[in-house]
Design a protein around this ligand. Structure first.
Ligand code: F6R
Length: 646
């Protein structure tokens, strides 16, 4: 994202290089896989507390087991738990042995039982080598068979354990082999995706790190070095980082690092450190009891950040230099297609509506997970927008690669600088939401939508949109942060409604046109954190089937923007009420008193921007329903924040 105007406070990290190399395939093969957090440390401090702190920061990424390995008096000390990082901390609390090098891992198992044995780190039989690994080794079964045939006793169900034995065997083969060479040789036999860190007790001052399809970042300190799968684990210690590319390996010691490709080319000279634009405070809970609520309340600031420097009053348009397209190229775009997964896909739907409305260009959104598999027709006149908070979602990354292979024009809309999708796209829109920690996306989704409003405005103003109309949208955008603040002040009222309906087993979210993506995202938020089954329906589709489900036990949230469909939405409410279904109306307009059982009002915005506002109360509704039900809000069951495997 080279050329984009950088709002103040955002330093560096935009030098996304385009990568043409293929990222490893993931998924299909055998082996136990995981999406999780990795940390590593080598330096002067006691390693275990640094690792625990890092794991704690990464816990939102995966959290069914955790473990660490440190080196003490020439031996590995491995501690694991089938529980949370806190359990690991408790397990370690009696230990006084100090160590200055170690690796740690928090796991979300995608295959293989999440028990203590399968938790990382894994070691070879002699406990010489310890390894932590994210991703999936596709030929794991074959590698495990070969190891067993050569007499190795495997003690876990994991693919990662095979790597530990293989690296140890390479090291044992020849005295003069370096740890790095042993890892390279092993990885040449491996198919699949990995981000990994290796510790060898006979190389007690170094860690070897490799990446292929699963993020790895090095943190540079003073006489100490850190490794992690996400910068959030590092920012407490350093903001100077180096992102590894796919197919790269690094050896780090307390005072130095060097990187090379797995094919053996030294490329340390090409690696300039990036300064991370977040600090430890961004990851602290502060006055909040959980990240989701904190992030909901950060939305006015997140919106201000997204808008800063990007509204142009002189020409009544938006500035988005990072997309790297001039007016003529923008005019040549005939279609816009948004690709993302989950909430990022729903944000894409909001984006598509904005582009159609403001720029009058046909636009749509599709789940990236579908797009990548259906052999899509790629149109050279379409602008594809890959939408991702983390920038690491494998389905979205693969969709981008599919597009690039077919000559498609793709830009990214990502929140994490230096992420795989950001770099793969090379150009795009940086979301500026700030770090999002809770699994459920809130401020990132809001910032996606507002960034798409900027894109739509820009596309509109190089076409037929008048300056007066453009200025109306500019003013409307400028009002959003304050309007969201006002809605946040109504949190208690929304909480009361949430508490009233939290006992429902099922809920409908009904919207039409501008209200439809809002309904989908509202249902998504409720189901993922409260586990209440929620389904979104277009209002007009109700009578074609789902109306049969309306009953006293089935509350519906009906979304009523201030558009020319208000009367239709009111009659939808009547249809539901007539069948005994309770209704929560979510509206920016006046609706007859007593029509709905409960009403949530949002300030009136410019009509095209209303979905951005209407979405916020549904985050609050989901949050308080989940809180009432006693759910672990930041870490909903079975989910992880950054889905880097299929
Ligand atoms: C829901 C949620 C997920 C993500 C999806 C894509 O609250 O957070 O549906 O939106 O996994 O993630 P990113 O945006 O990181 O690609």
């Amino acid at each position: 994202y080279t050329a984009e105007h950088q709002p103040e406070g955002n330093s560096g990290g935009w030098q996304g290089q385009s990568r043409s190399r293929d990222v490893a395939r993931t998924g299909q093969g055998g082996g136990e896989g995981n999406v999780c957090g990795i940390v590593g440390y080598v330096g002067k401090r006691d390693a275990a507390p640094v690792l625990i702190e890092g794991l704690h920061r990464l816990e939102y990424r995966g959290y069914d087991s955790a473990g660490l390995a440190v080196m003490h008096r020439g031996r590995l000390r491995v501690t694991k738990t089938a529980g949370r990082v806190q359990d690991l901390r408790d397990k370690l609390s009696g230990q006084t042995a100090k160590s200055t090098i170690g690796i740690g891992h928090t796991r979300w198992a995608t295959h293989g039982e999440p028990n203590e044995t399968n938790a990382h780190p894994h070691t070879d039989t002699a406990a010489r080598v310890a390894i932590v690994h994210n991703g999936i080794i596709e030929n794991a079964e074959q590698l495990r068979d070969q190891l067993q045939a050569s007499g190795v006793r495997l003690v876990t169900d994991t693919d990662t354990e095979a790597l530990a034995h293989m690296i140890a065997a390479e090291l044992a083969e020849r005295e003069d082999v370096t740890l790095e060479d042993a890892v390279i040789r092993t990885l040449h036999r491996v198919e699949g995706a990995y981000g990994l860190v290796v510790l060898d007790i006979k190389n007690p001052d170094q860690l070897v790190v490799a990446r292929n399809g699963s993020p790895i970042v090095l943190g540079l300190g003073e006489n100490e070095m850190f490794v992690a799968s996400d910068v959030s684990a590092l920012v407490r210690y350093t903001r100077q980082v180096i992102y590894l590319e796919d197919g790269e390996i690094a050896t780090i010691t307390a005072s130095a690092y060097h990187t090379k490709t797995l094919t053996g080319t030294d490329n340390s000279d090409n690696k300039t450190p990036t300064t991370v634009d977040a600090d430890a405070g961004d990851y602290e809970l502060g006055e909040y009891s959980d990240y989701m609520r904190k992030e909901i309340h950060e939305q006015p600031d997140a919106l201000r950040r997204a808008l800063r420097g990007r509204l142009d009053d002189r020409f009544a348009t938006a500035r988005l230099g990072g997309i790297n397209l001039d007016a003529r190229q923008l005019r040549n775009i005939k279609n816009v297609k948004f690709l993302g997964c989950g909430s990022a896909y729903y944000a894409g739907q909001m984006g598509a509506a904005l582009v159609e409305e403001l720029a009058r260009i046909p636009a749509d959104a599709e789940p990236a997970s579908e797009f990548r598999y259906r052999s899509p027709v790629v149109d050279p006149d379409t602008l594809y927008v890959a939408v991702s908070q983390s920038g690491e979602t494998i389905d979205t990354l693969m969709a981008v690669q599919e597009l690039k292979r077919k000559g498609g024009q793709v830009i990214g809309a990502v929140n994490v600088v230096g992420s795989a999708i950001g770099r793969e796209c090379g150009h795009g829109i940086f979301l500026h939401a700030g770090p999002e920690v809770a699994v459920a996306s809130t401020k990132a989704l809001t910032n996606m939508a507002v960034n798409f409003a900027l894109l739509a405005l820009l596309l509109g103003r190089v076409r037929d949109m008048s300056a007066a109309n453009g200025q109306r949208v500019v003013n409307g955008l400028r009002n959003l942060p304050e309007q969201v603040s006002r809605m946040l002040n109504a949190e208690d009222d929304i909480a009361t409604i949430a508490h009233q309906y939290a006992a429902a087993d099922h809920m409908f979210f009904i919207g039409r046109v501008r209200g439809w993506p809002v309904a989908r995202e509202g249902a998504q938020k409720l189901k993922e954190i409260s586990y209440v089954h929620a389904e979104a329906y277009q209002a007009g589709e109700l009578k074609h089937g789902p109306l049969a489900l309306i009953a006293r036990e089935m509350p519906s949230v009906v979304i009523i923007p201030s558009d020319d469909l208000v009367a239709k939405n009111l009659s939808t409410i009547e249809q539901i009420k007539a069948r005994g279904g309770p209704v929560i109306a979510l509206t920016s307009t006046d609706i007859p008193e007593g029509l709905a059982d409960a009403t949530i009002r949002v300030p009136r915005a410019e009509p095209e921007l209303e979905p951005i506002l209407l979405n916020v109360p549904l985050q609050i509704l989901a949050y308080h329903a989940a809180a009432k039900l006693g759910r672990d809000i930041d870490k909903p069951r079975n989910l992880a924040k950054s889905v880097t495997v299929e």
